[in-house]
Ligand binder design. Structure first.
Ligand code: NAP
Length: 246
């Protein structure tokens, strides 16, 4: 389905990013597995792909660092001569009520979750326009669609990512590049593992399908959006959330 394609997945050392990287790799894409802190976990993602007969490499860069990330994307394009798929998945949370949220915690989440995606999107734009093809998928969140108490920083970044997605989709549509956002609800990963039992129970009550999702539930949609089967879809926000944001 994706043979001959080159893909970059940011934050692919674990969780949703790993599941996306494995799905793309399993379906024939060469995957650049980005990580920032978790080198061993990134190697395990690469191994999971190669064990399934795919091709992958790990690459460290901090998406919150504009220069480092721009240079990394340029290096990937030079090495492979093209870039077909970009998945902006790297993300962090620093939750707290707005009244008590520090400037540092607001900036850190915006810099990683929103500015990081701006940086990679900007860095791939020229190449994808030249190719007259490309698929960009940004991992937003239902928090960005609905807002969420305790996540003013995170919801702002994820809502911003939707604006970035739609703007880029409009700018690059005439060159055959599609740009979409995927908005997961509660998915079982390290990010949600830290939530208290009380918060998890309250969360499940808000999910019509009655349970948290799995990283693979998100990866299946990303795989579809990255394929030519989705060639007539751009500028959309698609929720994978058990019905939370209907
Ligand atoms: P996770 O298990 O905590 O994994 C986060 C990933 O992001 C890790 O691979 C981490 O890599 C990477 N990362 C963090 N900061 C980075 C940076 N500055 N540069 C490069 N990579 C960085 O989280 P997850 O649950 O899989 O979340 C993945 C995405 O889905 C995030 O954007 C998150 O906001 C979104 N999402 C998650 C949920 C959920 O319920 N889990 C719901 C909605 C949206 P290192 O460890 O190597 O630094």
């Amino acid at each position: 389905m994706l043979s001959g394609k080159t893909a970059v997945v940011t934050g692919a050392s674990k969780g949703i990013g790993r599941a996306i990287a494995v799905a793309l790799g399993e379906h024939g894409a060469h995957v650049v597995v980005n990580y920032n802190g978790s080198e061993q976990a990134a190697k395990e993602t690469v191994q999971a792909i190669t064990e399934k007969g795919g091709s992958a490499e790990a690459m460290k860069f901090n998406v919150a660092d504009y220069t480092e990330t721009s240079e990394a994307i340029t290096e990937i394009i030079q090495k492979h001569g093209k870039l077909d798929i970009l998945v902006n998945n790297a993300g962090i949370t620093k939750d707290g009520l707005m009244m008590r949220m520090s400037e540092e915690d607001f900036d850190a989440v915006i810099n990683t979750n929103l500015k990081g995606a701006f940086t990679t999107c900007k860095a791939v734009s020229r190449q994808m326009m030249k190719q007259r093809s490309g698929k960009v998928i940004n991992i937003s969140s239902v928090s960005g669609v609905l807002g969420n108490a305790g996540q003013a920083n995170y919801a702002s970044a994820k809502a911003g990512l939707i604006g970035l997605t739609k703007s880029m989709a409009r700018e690059l549509a005439s060159r055959g590049v599609t740009v979409n956002a995927v908005a997961p609800g509660f998915i079982e990963t390290d990010m949600t593992k830290v939530l208290s039992e009380q918060v998890k129970e309250a969360a499940v009550k808000q999910i019509p399908l009655g349970s948290f999702g799995k990283p693979e539930d998100v990866a299946e949609l990303v795989l579809f959006l990255a394929s030519d089967k989705a060639k007539y879809i751009t500028g959309q926000v698609i929720c994978v959330d058990g019905g939370m944001a209907m």
